[in-house]
Design a protein around this ligand. Sequence first.
Ligand code: PA5
Length: 448
Amino acid sequence: MNSITLHLPDSLGIQTPKGRLPREAELQKSIETLHNATGAGNDFLGWLHLPSSLSRETLADIEQTADRLRNRCEVVVVVGIGGSYLGAKAVLEALTPSFAFLDAEGNAPLMLYAGHHLSQDYLSELCRALTGRSFGLIHISKSGTTTEPALAFRILRKQLEEAVGREEARERIVAVTDARRGALKTLAQQEGYKTFVIPDDVGGRFSVFTPAGLLPIATGGVSVDDLIKGAAEMERLTGIDLPVAENIAVCYAAARNELYAQGKKIEILANFHPKLHYIGEWWKQLFGESEGKEHKGIFPAAVDLTTDLHSLGQWIQEGERILFETFLSVETPSHHLLTPADPENLDGLNFLAGKPVDEINKMAEWGTRLAHSDGGVPNLRIVIPELTPRYLGQLLYFFEKACAVSGYLLGVNPFDQPGVEAYKKNMFALLDKPGYEKESLAIRARIR
Ligand code: PA5
């Protein structure tokens, strides 16, 4: 079976397949802890077998709802934050044409995003851009109470209802939320919005294969069937029945923890294709929220290359030696483009004439990997055969599995995020939210 592959530096002594891994018993224990649901956060393991267990009915319902939005709307705004928008955005950016927004004839609606920050200017400009256009809303919030998306939804829903009336607005709004609780659930029930459920046992950052990811992905024109097929393949390829040395999710988790133990505190996910920028954003959220706790954890960063070689490249090559890198390589590009010859050769580029641009990109990638490695930044490499829904499904599931194993190796609960509450508490106190009276007094005394 074709699949994404993992390549590890020899210096780690981790060889796959069938090689020896350091701390093999510990690795075996961490995957057993995950699969046997005996570890911390074991009530959030619904994502583990999600790809192989999604029902035909759920997928058909998602496709039908996506079709309805596509037929009614030229723009669909996905309203959500963190795990409630990053997976969909990552897949759509990677798999849809970069300049689709210029293509008036395109048959997928333009997908825009809101509720992932609190910028007044962004929301104002979005409202202005939507004026006079047929638009719909997919509001995604598992808790149904997150301030950023709730506020954006309030503003956009008002604009939609004023533009098309409450009745038609109901046809263009879909809610993706908890099965029972939360303000969004109550509102959706009252208004009769089409609703999808994020299962109780799936946390936001592991929700890309629930309707939270799949509905916007299908609406944006990407095959969720193929995405799920790829994810289900990776579910099998990283199962508990495999020896850990053949399990690429375990090997990646092992390599990361080994490097962390050697003082490499920052992992940089590096891509050579701008379409993969949001894969980096999704990955940062997945690993950052899962591992950064109890004053431990690798800090996940991401770079777009070769762009960032002209900025952060200097730091990576010669700054403090606390980094390692994971390169995302795409084997075969989706398009052909050869460098043209130029009889005058004033730019001196005729040595490249006839070469595919991708070959030049790949030589930049090789050159970078070797340069960074020589400079003391070890690198791992994940090879994606092509940018297709199937391989993206494999990649996202691979990262989810590796993240869970890695969290257990590190000794933290990969499925909670207690630290996220601190800023919310202060913000609510500063905004005089009812119930925060004591905190309001205390915080105001601090900022006087
Ligand atoms: O991974 C997580 O749990 C978080 O990033 C959430 O996805 C994010 O905070 C949004 O939460 P909600 O979907 O409840 O609005």
